[in-house]
Write a protein that binds this ligand. Structure first.
Ligand code: GLN
Length: 190
């Protein structure tokens, strides 16, 4: 049995636990979810999800809980998946405004890039296998991907699901829709 940690300092962590359980049964990969608030919690995990929320607040909480170094050490061996605010924390470069991040993936993201008028939307994103209906909430746009980054889905020409080696980001919230594709891909990395 593998354990997928969900960073639970702030934001939308609860729904990810359920998504991991559903993905586990549909993929036939035994995995359970566990909330992560301390380095000791993290040490029990085989992969980590950083959920949506407010990336600047999440970063401050990570600093307060002294989780930045343990997270970097974890990521040097195990998979980290960031959704929306989590994607911002995984990016190498963050703009609008610039802020510190873990830099686990060679991508540049612009925060709140779809504008304030349309805070959230349901949209169909494009994958080689077809379309996937997803939810965006004050999402960033991935403005640059490095040569080692693979784009798995895009929307209006911009990448919205990308991976680099064992790490992965989505700018949308797959935990809010029934399709377990994204969480299944994370379980396949275990
Ligand atoms: N706008 C948020 C940020 O910049 C991200 C929103 C989300 O995670 N749904 O951190």
């Amino acid at each position: 049995m593998k354990t997928v940690g969900i960073l639970a300092l702030q934001g939308d962590f609860d729904a990810h636990g359920k998504a991991v359980e559903q993905a586990s049964s549909s993929a036939g990969i035994l995995a359970r979810a566990r909330e992560v608030r301390t380095a000791a919690d993290l040490a029990q995990c085989d992969a980590l999800i950083i959920p949506g929320g407010e990336s600047s607040t999440m970063w401050k909480l990570l600093e307060m809980e002294q989780l930045i170094d343990p997270l970097r050490a974890f990521a040097s061996q195990k998979s980290v998946y960031g959704s929306c605010a989590g994607a911002i924390l995984l990016a190498r470069d963050v703009t609008h405004p610039a802020q510190a991040s873990l830099g686990l993936m060679d991508i540049a993201v612009e925060r709140n890039a779809y504008g304030r008028q349309i805070d959230s939307r349901i949209a169909k994103v494009t994958m080689p296998e077809g379309e996937l209906e997803v939810v965006f909430i004050r999402a960033p746009i991935i403005r640059r991907t490095g040569p080692d980054v693979q784009v798995l889905a895009s929307y209006e020409g911009d990448p919205v699901w990308a991976e680099q080696g064992r790490h992965m980001v989505t700018t949308f919230h797959p935990e809010l829709t029934a399709n377990t594709l994204v969480h299944r891909r994370l379980l396949q990395k275990l």
